[in-house]
Design a protein around this ligand. Structure first.
Ligand code: HEM
Length: 421
């Protein structure tokens, strides 16, 4: 799930399913709320005229995500967003399993692959997320959080938390994972921010994306020549048979795309949610032991990936009593699945003290978030350090003026003006 490019389905989803209401940035989009009671698997008409299915139930979402008859491979099987209205019209009545556009894949975009191609790359990656490496990252993270709060405090009593804190944390963590030199980090962070920002022009985005690709290509070459103690070096030297340069670059881009905006927006929107709920924030401040529960509850409650997890049916499958035909695009409505009243009481309430509720914020099944351990460390430390160091942190503008990322696949805030004494 990245805004960095690959999923275009969001563009053809009706806006009322993805755009959250002004003044109500934590609740699912109004169109989703309206559809409650219409079943856990519902047909939905896309803007290009194609049909898709929306999965709003927790069990049904898990069933889809653990069923090999649903594919993640968008290169091989086009999803409904890739059809023009003419193609949609031409397709009417031509049901049947989708025909593969490519027979084999040699790239490294494993988030959009099925087994066995996915399995090999995923295993290589999992082997690099070692306990030792995670512990070292947690220590670095505490330093990074502290340095950034120090810088905010040194500069005054007001800041935009997004560029000052929420974005640099995941960006620098990815630098650590990939082994980016300290001297190159400003350039890396700058290009990533431009490539991912809605405020950039198309030309700026393209230029920054190109620069980033070149940067990662040079990084891979450098790790081949002089391996260090980072994940990318591990992948370069430990994969058997070895990965190609193109695969390694793709893998690095997947990590960057998947690990950057997601964490940054959980931090930004999470801080907003806590500042808007003083009783919950006071409970967390009174008992720092609540931090793990806070992270899980915010993941569930905010569901920032929104409708970003999608699959294509390779066969006719019945889910939640609904027949999903081969070739259909299936969209997991994570904000709704995470508020499934069959699984937890009072699902629309943020409750940091609730017994841990299962959620699908990291997906489910073979593609379940590979970085979730790291993401949890980033959120635990990111929220923990911020609220501990700035006990009177508050919004610097009325909440309605915080610009929401309704134009992006990953939901969150574009900026978050805050102040402290
Ligand atoms: C996959 C959410 C942070 C790396 C996923 C998926 C979700 C998700 C929903 C499943 C996609 C699908 O099934 O189609 C999140 C959220 C995060 C987060 C909410 C932050 C709070 C991270 C971080 C990293 C990361 C920090 C890495 C540094 C990945 C990768 C995949 C993935 C590589 C693809 C795994 C695969 O296809 O096997 N993430 N993620 N994520 N995530 Fe995360």
């Amino acid at each position: 799930p990245t805004d960095a490019g690959v999923t275009s389905l969001t563009r053809v989803l009706p806006a009322d399913l993805t755009e959250r209401a002004a003044g109500c940035p934590f609740a699912p989009a109004p169109g989703l709320a309206e559809r409650r009671g219409r079943g856990t698997v519902q047909p939905v008409a896309l803007l290009n005229g194609a049909d898709a299915f929306l999965v709003t139930g927790f069990d049904e979402a898990r069933a889809v995500l653990s069923d090999p008859r649903f594919s993640s491979d968008r290169l091989r099987y086009p999803d409904a967003s890739q059809l023009t209205p003419d193609q949609v019209a031409g397709l009417a009545g031509q049901d049947g399993p989708p025909r593969p556009r490519v027979e084999s894949r040699e790239d490294g975009m494993f988030v959009f692959m099925d087994p066995p191609e996915h399995t090999r790359l995923r295993r290589l990656l999992t082997g690099q997320f070692t306990v030792r490496r995670m512990n070292a990252l947690e220590e670095r993270l505490r330093e990074i959080a502290t340095e950034h709060i120090d810088a905010m405090v040194a500069a005054g009593t007001e800041a935009d938390l997004v560029p000052a804190y929420a974005l640099p944390i995941p960006s620098l963590m990815i630098c650590e994972l990939l082994g980016v030199d300290y001297a190159d980090r400003d350039e890396f962070q700058h290009n990533t921010a431009v490539a991912l920002s809605t405020r950039s022009t198309d030309a700026e985005r393209a230029a920054a994306g190109g620069a980033l690709y070149g940067f990662i290509a040079r990084l891979v070459a450098e790790k081949r020549r002089a391996p260090a103690d980072d994940l990318l070096s591990g992948l370069v030297h430990e994969a058997e048979p070895p990965l190609t340069d193109a695969q390694l670059i793709d893998v690095a881009l997947v990590l960057l795309g998947a690990g950057h905006e997601t964490t940054a927006n959980m931090l930004g929107l999470g801080v907003l949610a806590l500042l808007q709920d003083p009783a919950q924030l006071a409970a967390l401040r009174a008992d720092p032991g609540l931090i793990d529960g806070t992270v899980e509850e915010l993941l569930r409650y905010l569901s920032i990936v929104q409708l970003g997890v999608t699959r294509i049916a390779l066969e006719d499958v019945t889910v939640g009593g609904v027949d999903v035909p081969a070739g259909a695009t299936v969209v997991i409505a994570t904000p709704e699945a995470n508020r499934d009243a069959r699984h937890l009481p009072d699902p629309d309430r943020l409750d940091l003290t609730r017994p841990r509720a299962p959620h699908l914020a990291f997906g489910h099944g073979i593609h379940q978030c590979l970085g979730q351990q790291l993401a949890r460390i980033e959120m635990r430390t990111g929220f923990g350090e911020l609220f501990a160091r700035l006990p009177d942190l508050r919004l610097a503008v009325p909440a309605e003026e915080v610009p929401l990322r309704n134009d992006m696949q990953i939901f969150g805030v574009h900026s978050l003006p805050v102040t402290w004494a």
